[in-house]
Design a protein around this ligand. Structure first.
Ligand SMILES: C[S@@+](CC[C@H](N)C(=O)[O-])C[C@H]1O[C@@H](n2cnc3c(N)ncnc32)[C@H](O)[C@@H]1O
Length: 258
């Protein structure tokens, strides 16, 4: 079986052939390119569920965390998976170590930290607004939140934002807390705090001013250690009053109710 780290011509040819033949199968691609998105984690099947219907579109896919840490020649496993899965897309990786050595056609990298909002803005100004953003970087709670705050407004209006390895929300070495108070700034507390905003138009509070997340998040999907947020216009309005009537008034009351 060709080794993804062996750059000899025949091995690269074999790898490309297998990738081409399996380009629709995300789990297979994750196995071929040896990213931990399948095996150590079960993320590939969730990615397949969320991405399969859009894989042929010309997208910009931005992933924080190229892999390989301080080895400039290592990493890029998941970027190669995205390149073969999304055949018409540009794939961009961010890492705070230099990763230009792993670049290839349709794969670019930028060096900088996910906690640096001006760096992230510079990247987006070069590549355009991403359709998909995946955070697989430091997994430090403060970094995950900072990157989301900087990048969610820059995501395309119908884009998808993904955060991996949410387990660090519970781990002190990453700034997490296992049983946090409601206002402790852990990653899970932060994202949990956005859920009500999906229903903000139902708040019985005429003075409430919707946040950017209230207005631009249309769904959130949580899995084991993984989360997808769909961006869109959250403007369905309230169900409380429609055509001057409250639809709930039409629900028959049980005979026991007074
Ligand atoms: C888990 S690896 C990424 C693996 C890769 N996404 C994959 O699935 O094959 C995490 C990477 O994030 C990078 N990283 C760590 N802290 C970072 C930060 N503050 N900003 C950007 N990248 C960071 C590390 O250098 C490392 O290469």
């Amino acid at each position: 079986m060709p080794n993804p780290r062996d750059t000899s011509f025949l091995n690269r040819l074999g790898l490309r052939t297998r990738a081409f033949l399996n380009s629709r199968k995300l789990i297979k691609l994750a196995t071929i390119f040896e990213t931990d998105k399948w095996g150590p984690h079960s993320y590939a099947r969730h990615y397949d569920h969320h991405f399969a219907s859009i894989r042929k579109r010309p997208l910009t896919v931005l992933e924080i965390g190229v892999g390989g840490y301080d080895n400039p020649n290592a990493g890029g496993e998941s970027l190669r998976v995205w390149k073969w899965f999304f055949p018409n897309s540009q794939i961009v990786g961010i890492d705070h170590h230099p990763k230009t050595a792993i670049e290839e056609p349709r794969i670019r990298t930028f060096q900088g930290s996910q906690a640096d909002a001006s760096f992230l803005e510079r990247v987006v100004s070069e590549i355009g607004r991403p359709d998909i953003i995946i955070d697989d970087g430091s997994h430090l709670n403060a970094h995950v939140i900072a990157a989301f705050q900087a990048l969610f407004p820059l995501l395309k209006d119908d884009g998808i934002y993904v955060v991996e390895d949410l387990q660090t929300s519970y781990w002190p070495s990453f700034g997490g807390v296992t049983h946090p108070a409601p206002d402790t700034p852990t990653t899970m507390n932060f994202f949990r705090g956005l859920i009500d905003g999906l229903n903000h138009s139902e708040y019985l509070d005429p003075g409430y001013g919707p946040t950017v997340y209230d207005r631009h998040m249309v769904s959130m999907h949580f899995y084991h250690n993984l989360m997808f947020i769909y961006k869109g216009l959250n403007n369905e309005g309230s169900n409380l009053v429609r055509d001057g009537r409250c639809p709930l008034e039409d629900i028959p009351r049980s005979s026991s109710s007074t």
